[in-house]
Ligand binder design. Structure first.
Ligand code: TYC
Length: 103
């Protein structure tokens, strides 16, 4: 039973968070009209350790479908990778975004 702590956070919610299994978050890359294909491929290689072929395939998939899964990671790694993507894109002036979703 969830205990109400008076701050909007129920104890059960926090316990659930602590018990969450690792490897159950996916990083989803989003398409846009401005980021270059080469930059997306470079990001997939450098931040997500994809090889050239897989990086090109994922980039084209996202380009055509609007979004695509890049990988599954524990929560903190998924968040860090998303932040690295956003920081690298901002440095180059690209609007590239990715999101982290519960798998
Ligand atoms: N749509 C972009 C272009 O035509 C390429 C692109 C692919 C951008 C994947 C973002 O996540 C992305 N230059």
């Amino acid at each position: 039973m969830a205990e109400n702590r008076g701050n909007g956070t129920k104890l059960a919610d926090r316990s659930e968070e602590r018990l969450r299994k690792p490897d159950n978050y996916r990083v989803i890359l989003l398409n846009d009209d401005y980021t270059t294909m080469d930059f997306v491929v470079a990001i997939l290689i450098s931040i997500f350790q994809k090889n050239d072929e897989e990086a090109s395939r994922i980039m084209l998939d996202v380009h055509q479908r609007g979004r695509g899964m890049v990988g599954f990671y524990p929560w903190d790694i998924a968040q860090t990778k998303a932040e690295q993507v956003h920081a690298a894109a901002e440095r180059k002036g690209f609007p590239l975004r990715c999101i982290v979703e519960r798998a």
